[in-house]
Design a binder for this molecule. Structure first.
Ligand code: PMP
Length: 400
């Protein structure tokens, strides 16, 4: 009966880490998965996380089930962090916030809501996008198509293409947008471009659906990284926002995030929340408590909150500094005259190198540099000491 089941292909992102673990070469470098490493290339647990966990132990907190919608204190602070505590949306109780299983689980819950209450509605995703978006909508039975985003000629944003494709989508489509630090390209719209994107979305009665996986981690500022979402919300639009604390608090394995649905009345928000709970109950019953308590403790305590911001700036700063060193190395070593400045224009933890699949294979097979086949490298997994080696491998792969 199980004999007929065929082998599933390895995951394009997590499969890279599996291959990395099997490689015995000492120069090997894992730039596949987007997880922050120290300069020594070790995983990092934030000090504020350890402090929050100590507080939890001291208080002798229990492990009882959470309600289906998650920890109330978490849901409150996560919406405030996203929209700003003084946002009228929050005072008017127009946001339905439900704790989710990190960014992925929150996206999946929103996809279930779309499938149930907007049958046939399409989700538009950027081309390219984070690989799991397609899986999430496929498994939820939500039809999707792509809008143009990346222009290989300029290694920048295809803004005109993006606007045309959003305009051409059936009225009332969901437009998935990366709130900041677009994955995999590292290319974000400018504030003026965001306004034009909001204009077309509004004209076509589309519903913006933000994926915010890097708030505070992209620029080092929680407010700056939420400005796209906040500017859309200020127009009075209904919208969806999935949040993740994997990167900005380093809580990858705790699976902590949220789905926020901005509605036009508090009454609608109450009803939407009740339906999100109804969708969550048969999928996973209720979410885990540990990460929710950590976030509630860190964000809810002024001194831990400030310390978190400093640690986030440290992480964001280290990534920016290896970005600069990589650019300097490439510019100094490459004699072909290629302009590498696109690397400095990209933001967040990734760099989209422009390497194609064969060149990415050369990076791995010859140089033991593990990366996704779309040419994306995670700078969060790079140290200053390894930049020269990486530059050599990139130049060799580009020109051969
Ligand atoms: N969305 C984007 C764009 C991401 O890059 C990620 C993490 N790689 C996620 C969502 C979700 O990650 P997680 O489920 O760990 O929160």
């Amino acid at each position: 009966r199980f004999e007929g089941i065929t082998m599933a292909p390895p995951d394009p992102i997590l499969g890279v880490s599996e291959a990395f673990r099997k490689d015995a070469n000492e120069m090997k470098l894992n730039l596949g998965v987007g997880a922050y490493r120290t300069e020594e290339l070790q995983p990092y647990v934030l000090n504020v996380v350890k402090k929050a966990e100590n507080l939890m132990l001291e208080r002798g907190e229990n492990k009882e089930y959470l309600p289906i919608e998650g920890l109330a204190a978490f849901n409150k602070v996560t919406a405030e962090l996203l929209f700003g505590a003084d946002n009228p949306l929050i005072q008017q109780q127009r946001v339905a916030t439900v704790q989710g299983l990190s960014g992925t689980g929150s996206l999946r819950l929103a996809a279930a809501l779309i499938e149930r209450y907007f049958p046939g509605a399409k989700v538009l995703i950027s081309s390219p996008t984070w690989g799991n978006h397609k899986n999430i909508f496929n498994d939820a039975g939500v039809p999707w198509s792509e809008y143009r985003y990346y222009d290989p000629k300029t290694v920048g944003l295809d803004f005109d293409g993006m606007i045309l494709d959003i305009k051409a989508a059936p009225e009332g489509s969901f437009i998935l947008l990366h709130g900041c630090a677009h994955n995999p390209t590292g290319i974000d719209p400018t504030p003026e471009q965001w306004e034009k994107i909001a204009d077309v979305i509004q004209q076509k009665n589309h519903i913006p659906f933000f994926d915010v996986a890097y708030q505070g981690f992209a620029s080092g500022s929680l407010d700056a990284d939420a400005s796209s979402v906040r500017s859309f919300a200020a127009r009075g639009l209904e919208l969806l926002v999935a949040q993740s604390y994997s990167k900005n608090l380093g809580l990858y394995a705790e699976r902590i995030g949220a789905i926020n649905v901005v509605c036009s009345s508090s009454d609608a928000a109450t009803r939407v929340k009740s339906q999100l709970k109804r969708l969550a109950r048969p999928m996973y019953s209720n979410p885990p408590i540990h990460g929710a308590k950590i976030v509630a403790n860190v964000v809810g305590d002024p001194s831990l909150f400030n310390e978190w911001k400093e640690e986030m700036q440290l992480m964001a700063g280290r990534i920016k500094s290896v970005r600069q060193i990589l650019f300097d190395s490439l510019s100094a070593k490459d004699k072909s005259g290629k302009d590498w400045s696109f690397i400095l224009k990209q933001i967040g933890m990734f760099s989209f190198t422009g390497l194609n699949k064969a060149q990415s294979d050369n990076m791995t097979n010859k140089w033991h540099v593990y990366m996704t086949k779309d040419g994306r490298i995670s700078l969060a997994g790079l140290s200053a000491a390894k930049c020269e080696y990486l530059a050599d491998s990139i130049i060799d792969s580009y020109h051969n």
